[in-house]
Design a protein around this ligand. Structure first.
Ligand SMILES: C[S@@+](CC[C@H](N)C(=O)[O-])C[C@H]1O[C@@H](n2cnc3c(N)ncnc32)[C@H](O)[C@@H]1O
Length: 163
């Protein structure tokens, strides 16, 4: 589904730290190879390559990634606190369907490099833009409702208005 033959998607950017068992295995350099009841055959060396971490079982289980982990610890509440306070102060409606920032962070890190442009055509409270900026990407977005755009300013330290 990529636009190019060599897509940027790179799961090495979103790996979890290895478990203790995996670290031991990499040190030991031997593995219980052979056929499993499922019929899957594990090679002698298949699990002995150190890739620097493991692919997480779930997008939102990014233990090794300081950005999502810190956010998930607070279940998104801390992340949103400034935004919600800003909307309240300005008497703007807080967006009712804000995305979990960790989800945004996962895909931004997985699919883009620093300085790339991240585009969200349905910006809402602009979770995407705020996370993209935090991760050193540029961002661009479209949102139909002006009050959500106004409220999204609460996600940023500095706003530059251009006419
Ligand atoms: C599910 S919300 C996005 C929430 C966002 N991911 C966040 O974390 O806040 C979808 C947004 O798309 C906007 N929208 C719907 N149709 C649109 C359109 N045709 N052009 C621009 N924005 C649109 C809605 O106003 C709504 O705020």
């Amino acid at each position: 589904m990529s636009k190019s033959e060599y897509p940027k998607a790179d799961n090495r950017k979103v790996l979890n730290p290895y478990s203790k068992d995996m670290k031991r295995l990499l040190k030991r350099k031997s593995y219980n190879a052979g056929a499993r009841p499922s019929g899957h055959v594990i090679s002698e060396t298949g699990f002995l390559n150190d890739h620097g971490g493991a692919i997480g079982p779930n997008v939102l289980d990014l233990e090794g990634n300081a950005f999502p982990e810190a956010l998930l610890k607070y279940s998104g509440t801390q992340w949103d606190a400034k935004y919600r306070a800003y909307c309240e102060e300005k008497e703007l409606p807080a967006h009712p369907a804000r995305m979990q920032s960790a989800l945004s962070a996962f895909f931004i890190q997985f699919l883009t490099d620093e300085d790339d442009l991240v585009f969200d055509p349905f910006l809402g409270s602009n979770t995407t833009g705020a996370v993209a900026q935090e991760l050193g990407r540029r961002w661009l977005g479209v949102e139909a409702k002006s009050e959500y755009i106004e409220g999204s300013k609460g996600r940023f330290e500095e706003i530059v208005e251009r006419t």
